[in-house]
Design a protein around this ligand. Sequence first.
Ligand SMILES: NC(=O)c1ccc(N[C@@H]2CC[C@@H](O)C2)nc1
Length: 243
Amino acid sequence: MKFEVLTIFPEVIECYLKHGVVGRALNKGIAEVKVYNLRDFTTDRHRKVDDYPYGGGAGMVMQIEPFYNALRHIKSDGIPRKVILLSPQGRRFSQRIAKEFYKEEKTLTLICGRYEGIDERIKAFVDEEISIGDYVLSGGELAALVIIDSVVRLIPGALGDELSAEEDSFMKGFLDYPHYTRPEEFEGMRVPDILLSGDHKKIALWRKKEALRNTLKNRPDLLKNLSAEDMKILKELCSEINK
Ligand SMILES: NC(=O)c1ccc(N[C@@H]2CC[C@@H](O)C2)nc1
């Protein structure tokens, strides 16, 4: 899986790519991220990327040319890619969209704006606009990293052997179950006995039940298309809660 990022702050992207799951995946060569500094695609000696807005108003607008020059340079290899603009106006990103991007196997070219935004004519070169949530950020870089991180985790081998993206409970559409590690007791709070039992079948059942409990409590909207088994556990849970 290949990613390309267009930004005026390449360091912001590069420093995140040095660590953890994404860092290891890049070192293993199962993913590749190329970061392009928009200022390298300017033509004036001040490497200007922004200008005053037509129509007046506060703030600056990013000029189209550096983006256009960068995209023309990148696209000259003729490889199919999906050009994504990060903005609050975009389609809401989700695990489902991460899977969609992964399955499409196209290079994802992520356009990160700053200031008040990018000249509207950028839309002529964008395939899709994506938002990671209903809030305004100072730049598209964090949103680009969210997409990179969530898609890289789906690549086989990215999470190491013992883990898998399928295990991510969000993959199954529920919230996660509680996690514990040593010490067995901390400030009077004990680890649930079931987790010390070594009975893997019972532990799996407990984890599913707790994932359903968390989902029922915090995101009941995710409780749809339940399997018969999950419905049975949910019913047990509800009767316990209503005791
Ligand atoms: N919710 C989001 O995904 C999101 C994306 C980008 C963003 N800010 C940039 C800065 C200027 C403009 O290009 C857009 N804010 C929020």
